[in-house]
Every structure is written in C-alpha cells, then in structure tokens.
Design a protein around this ligand. Structure first.
Ligand code: GLN
Ligand code: ZN
Length: 755
C-alpha cells in the first residue's frame, strides 16, 4: 500500500525560516540569503519524507507567508495598489501580506482570515473588476523542478480554483462567476506546463468542499472541473479535501475523472459512510487521511487499520495511506523535546514521527508488519493514559444551572458600572499586551533556564509594568493594562500555571506569516493550583489612579489553542478550564480589580464548519463555559471579552449571550458589515471594534481613525462604543505602538468634541 502526505510544516525545526524572514523584513539579510534558508528547509522536508518511505510527497507546500497568497500571485491576482509600489516580486508579495509604508508608498495589507477551523490564517485574495487572471508565477514549477533535480518526483500542490474563488473577496461589481472561466483556463495552462515536464501527479486542494454547499456552489464546481479533468493530459489529478467530509458533493465527485481523491477520515464524521454508501471508482486512488494532521497523539493503529480494511472490502480502489490534512498544523519533531519524560513522549507524534506512522500503517495494512509493532501501539491505548483528578470531576458534575447566570441583568449592571467607573464618552483602551521587546523575551528565557533568579525576574517585570503604566498615562488612555510582559503566549502562559497541562520546548506551529504558537498539551484533568495573574494586576493597579483591566484568557480559547485530549468530551474539558479561570476572576475582583477582560480570541475559529453542528456540537457548551467564568462577580465589576476577527455575523445572538459587558474585536481589516448586523440583531453588549490594524507596522493617522469611527457611529450608539486597537500589541515595535496610540487618543478627543 502506498503512502502520502498532504503537506509539511515549513518554518524549520527551530523556526529558522521565521527568523530569516524577520531579518529580511529588517533589511539585515538580502533576498538571496532568505532563499537559501528557504531552500534548505524545502530540501530537508522532501528528503525526510523520502527517507521515511513516503511515496507521494508534496512540493509547493512551502510558502514565505501563505499558500492562498501564493496562489493569488501565481495567477496575477495582485491588486493595483500593490503593483503600483514598483517593488521586487518578493517585496510586492510581502506588501500584500503585511502592508507597506515607506518611500514607495503607503498601503494596508490584504485582509487575513482563519483557515477553516484551524488557527492558521490565510491572506484573502482581492479580485478587482479589471483583474486579469493569468498564470504568471513560477514558484510551483520552480519548487517541483528543484525537487526533481535532487532526484525526488513530487506532487506539486495548489489551492484549487473552487476554493480560491470561494475565499476571494470581490471588490467591484463582478463576482466569482465572472472570473471562473478565465481562472479555469489558467489552471488548465498550469497543468499543461506540468505535463510538458512529465510531472506524474498534481494535488489540487479543495477544502471548501467540506462546507455546506449550495446548488450554485456545486454548479460552479462543475463548471470548473468538467474542463480541468478533460484537460489533464498525462498529469494525474489528485483532488484533495480535508477538515471534514464532503457529504454535499461526494456522489458527484466520484463521477469526475480524477485519478485520486483525498478524503479526511479523522474530522470527516461521514467519510466512511459516504464511501460505503456510494462506493469509490474502481482502480482509482483513494488517499485515505487516517493520520491526524491536527493533533499530536500517536495514531491508534487498530482503529486506522479497521478503516483501511473496510475500504479494502467495500471498494476496488487503490488505497493510499495519508494524513487527514496538511501537517502544517502540527510541530516538526519530537526529537527536540529533550525535557519531556519518555512516559509522556511515547504517546506523542509530531510531523516527522507521523511519517513513520504512515509507513508502519502501510506495512501493517499489507499484512507484512511484525506483530510487535501493532502490540506496542495497542499498549499505548490500553488502561488509563491520562491523569485523573476526582475532585475536578466532582466539581464539574456539581455545576448548577444558576452557575451559568450572571445577576443582575445587563442593563442594571451597565448603569451600576457607569456610575462606579465614571469613564468618558468613547473610552480608550488596548487589548492587553504591549510590545514584547528583546529584553522582555531574553529575561523570560533566562528566567526559564534558571539563569535569572525569581526575584530579579519579578523586579524586571515590575519595572516594565510601571513603565508601561506611565506610558499609557502619558498617552492619555482611559483604561490601562499591565502589558502582559510575563506571558510568552496568552494560552501557553495559563497552561503552565494550570494542573493537567504538559509543555513542549519547540513544538511551534505556524499561525500566520512568521508568527508561530506553541500550543500546550492537555494531558489530564485541569485545575488551578494558586492565583496566576493577581500579583501582576495588583502591582499595575498600585502604579496608577486609573482603572487597570485584569487580563485573562477564557476557557474556550485555552481549549482551542491547546492540543486537546481525545479521551474525554470537549465539553468536559472546557468546563474544567472554566472553573479554574473562574477562581482567578474572583481572586482578581477580591483584590480590587474592577474591570476584567476574559479573552476569547479563538471562540469563532472552532465553530463547526457545517451549520447544522454549530449549536449542538459547540455553542451549546462553549458559551455556557464562558458564562461560568464570569457569573460570580459583583454587578459593578465590568467584564470585557476580546475576539480576534469580526466573523461572528452569523452567531450574533450567541455572542451576546456570553453576557459580557464589553466586547472588543477586529474590524479595521474588514468592512463594517458586522456593525450593521449587530444593530439589526439588537446587540446589547458594548463594543470596541478595533480602529486600526495591529498586524501591520503601519501607523494610522488621526483623520483615518476619526473617519473610521464616524462610520462606526452610524451603526453603534455613542455610549456603547469603545476605542481601541484591534488586537494585542505584543508583536509590534515600541515606536510605532506609541505613535499609533497617541493618534488613537487624539482621535478619541476630537470625537468627544464632535459628538
Ligand atoms: N490580551 C491578549 C493580548 O493583548 C489578546 C491577544 C489576542 O487576542 N490574540 O495579547
Ligand atoms: Zn485579538
């Protein structure tokens, strides 16, 4: 049985690509240096897969920033304002990803969105009415050729035209239908060019097929693939899907002349059902995604083999053992985890380790495996592997309905808070973190290595906090924050202070561009050992007369940005975390913190991809988990929450039902449609729709902010609007942060005069 991998991580074992790219951004290295680093990792990736015995290895799964952006550039979907900068190809590419401010001009970045239900973000292609879709890029071919030159035949990967058109933003009059034929034609050209090279396979990723599809969607798909499948020449086409099952289109999909179809057997609840019900074309390749591309536990061979057996007995397909999605979503290798005891480590599998799992599975599926392999794997799953805490279990079991309800109701609280906090119209604040400068990161690292003593570390952070408070007072912000200097990451930090978590040293996963996260692992039942943030918050508050917001991460986000357990339900896990954070909220309040922000940055991202699952499989327990955290506070304590991205238009009632007093979110990179929807839905919660984009180093002008807020005020009541950046400032530099916030406060003052 053959083996395949959908895609591989590209940041490098030690995030080498990230560091090189950032150096390039700072002009410390040149383009060719950056390419050298990139080529090293491309080469490492394909040779590692080759050595592990993988038959179908991807190329062009590499990216300097994002594969959707790569695809846009490949087909000349480059908005005029970026072309007009007259930069090199690489810099034009980066200007689309990050914006550009310099002597050639001043443009914002393209919008960025969550990639389906992952914590990876893609750049949203923008199609103008006069965009001329044309195969102009060479990256896909270059990467295929380079692999071939090193003796490895790869399957180049490209984001498919259907998914591309569905994810793109159309800024003129024209819509997907107006571009579909041109785009299809260019994909056909791409295939021709591969055919000229005698490329064996092309992998076309169409993850959008796992979404709810309308009649029009299916017609669009047909319009594309009737042509593409007819023009494949000698190149075999693998239609790759992931992140779910393709129930809306499976029966049609198997009619097309694809040489292979990649299906997800991990997240695709109905995948097996579909294959059993509708069959699979004889002698075509079924790429069976049985190795989880998103989680880090060892594969359960018995379960996977059972799926393979069923596929073998029910179809005449050629089965290829594959990953459920790209391995982009898991860290590179366990080899780097030298501090993790073997008793834990043996349960884990990162990208490189998954390669051997795929290989072992293929050997076992052929009946050639020695029984040791299977027995050893079985032993990982027998008995209780995760640690259990009876007290935690009992506490969860004893949660009462009333524990989910905050009293009094919203309006009464709002009145009490306005009296008690006495904030001006359009209060200004930030989302929590301030720039994590070199000294902050270095001191934390040294502390972790035991090279800086605890007292020294605390002293250092206190100085930072004091300076940060002073800076915010100088700037004139109304609600201050302590700056989050002690936190490496908003989830990992809490994980480290909670019982039941395990940590890794280098298990980085790309989030967007050069930004990576290191999700902690939920190993056992979760509880709070002792107060986590209280001392920092208390100290910050002692430095000023202004209110300081306590800053916590909520249970849904802590869960979503961890590698989750698979032996208890999501609901149970979230409630355990909620109880732990609830204790922290109450301790903050008891220590005089009157405003507490509970970040739920990742709430939207794990919303099931299919509407029918939204409530029963997620919101019905995620929203109550948040409420449980906040329901114990006094009426005068103001609860904030923050969500990155404003894509909650469809679930506004659920967001209101979180029953926070204020919600801040990103709106600067999107149109203000979200605010219209909030209005239509009689949203009660006060809002801070971020007035500038922190994902880019660009400094917003006062006028720009005022103009933005003017638009917002057409949709939001004056007394419900907060003014803030759209996310935390940790990734920004100090200079641009200060300049941006000064403009923000100036804008707020102008607005106060005006309204
Ligand atoms: N409070 C966090 C911060 O400012 C929120 C980060 C986030 O939303 N991703 O860093
Ligand atoms: Zn955010």
């Amino acid at each position: 049985m053959k083996t395949a991998v959908v895609g591989f991580p590209r940041i490098g074992k030690d995030r080498e690509l990230k560091f090189a790219t950032e150096k390039y951004f700072r002009s410390e290295i040149g383009e060719s240096d950056l390419y050298n680093v990139a080529n090293t990792w491309k080469h490492f990736n394909i040779t590692s897969q080759k050595e592990a015995g993988i038959d179908f290895i991807s190329s062009n799964d590499f990216s300097f920033y994002d594969n959707v952006l790569d695809t846009a550039v490949l087909f000349n979907v480059i908005p005029k304002r970026y072309k007009a900068l007259g930069l090199s190809n690489l810099d034009t590419y980066f200007s689309m990803a990050r914006g550009y401010q310099g002597d050639k001009g001043n443009v914002k970045a393209l919008a960025m969105k969550k990639w389906f239900n992952t914590n990876y973000h893609y750049i949203v292609p923008e199609i103008e009415d006069d965009t001329k879709i044309e195969l102009v890029g060479t990256k896909l071919f270059d990467e295929y050729d380079a692999a071939k030159a090193s003796g490895i035949e790869t399957k180049p990967v490209v984001v498919g035209p259907f998914t591309f058109l569905k994810l793109a933003r159309y800024i003129g009059e024209k819509k997907a239908e107006d571009f579909v034929d041109d785009l299809t034609e260019e994909y056909v050209k791409l295939i021709k060019k591969l055919d000229d090279r005698l490329t064996h396979w092309l992998q076309i990723d169409e993850p959008y097929l796992v979404m709810d599809l309308t009649f029009e969607d299916k017609a669009l798909f047909k319009r594309i693939y009737d042509k593409i499948t007819a023009a494949s020449g000698g190149v075999r086409l693998l239609l790759q899907t992931y992140f779910g099952d393709v129930r809306d289109i499976y029966d049609q999909l198997i009619q097309y002349d694809f040489d292979g179809i990649g299906l997800d057997f991990v997240e695709g609840k109905k995948t097996l059902d579909l294959v059993e019900t509708f069959g699979f074309p004889k002698n075509k390749y079924l790429f069976a995604g049985v190795v989880n591309g998103k989680n880090i536990w060892r594969n359960n061979y018995e379960n996977s083999l059972e799926i393979i057996e069923k596929l073998k007995s029910k179809t005449n397909a050629k089965i290829v053992i594959s990953t459920s999605c790209s391995l982009l979503h898991v860290p590179y290798t366990l080899e780097s985890e030298t501090d993790l005891p073997e008793e834990y480590k043996k349960h884990f599998s990162f990208a490189l380790e998954k390669l051997s799992e795929i290989k072992e599975l293929s050997v076992l599926a052929d009946g050639d495996g020695n029984s040791d392999i299977l027995e050893r794997n079985k032993s990982l799953f027998t008995g209780r592997i995760n640690s259990v805490d009876e007290a935690v279990k009992e506490r969860v079991a004893n949660i009462k309905e009333s524990d989910y309800r905050r009293v009094p109701d919203f309006d009464k609280r709002a009145a009490a808070q306005s009296e008690c906090l006495n904030l001006p119209l359009f209060p200004t604040t930030t989302i929590g973190s301030f720039p994590q400068t070199e000294d902050v990161r270095r001191t934390r690292q040294l502390f972790r290595k035991g090279k800086v003593a605890k007292e020294e570390y605390v002293e250092f952070n206190k100085n930072k906090i004091a300076d940060c408070i002073k800076l915010q007072e100088e700037i004139g912000l109304d609600v201050l924050v302590h700056g989050e200097y002690e936190r490496n990451d908003m989830v990992e930090y809490f994980g480290e202070h909670l019982e039941g978590y395990l940590f890794t040293k280098k298990a980085w996963v790309q989030s967007y561009g050069t930004r990576c996260v290191k999700p902690p692992v939920i190993w056992g039942d979760v509880s709070r050992k002792s107060p986590i943030t209280v001392e920092w918050a208390k100290f910050a508050s002692s430095c000023t007369d202004k209110p300081v917001k306590g800053m916590l991460t909520g249970p849904v986000t802590i869960f979503n940005w961890s590698f989750p357990r698979e032996d208890i339900s999501v609901k149970e896990s979230m409630l355990q975390i909620a109880l732990a954070i609830r204790d922290e909220v109450l301790d903050l309040e008891a220590n005089g913190i009157g405003i507490i922000q509970i970040d739920e940055a990742a709430l939207r991202e794990k919303l099931p991809l299919r509407k029918s699952d939204w409530y029963k499989e997620y919101l019905d327990f995620a929203i109550p988990a948040f409420r449980l955290v906040a329901s114990g506070v006094k009426e005068t304590t103001q609860i904030h929450t923050h969500m990155c991205y404003s894509e909650f238009t469809d679930i506004i009632p659920a967001i209101d039902a979180m029953d926070a007093d204020v919600i801040t979110f990103e709106a600067s990179r999107s149109d203000l449609q979200i605010l219209d929807s909030l209005k239509e839905n009689h949203f009660r919660t006060a809002v801070g729709p971020g007035v500038y984009d922190i994902h880019s180093p660009r400094i917003p002008s006062v006028d720009e902010i005022v103009a933005g807020v003017d638009k917002m005020l057409k949709r939001v009541d004056d007394n419900k609007l907060w003014i803030n950046p759209d996310c935390g400032l940790k990734t920004r530099g100090e200079t641009e942060t200060k300049a941006s916030l000064i403009n923000l406060v100036k804008a707020a003052n102008e607005l106060r005069d005006k309204y």
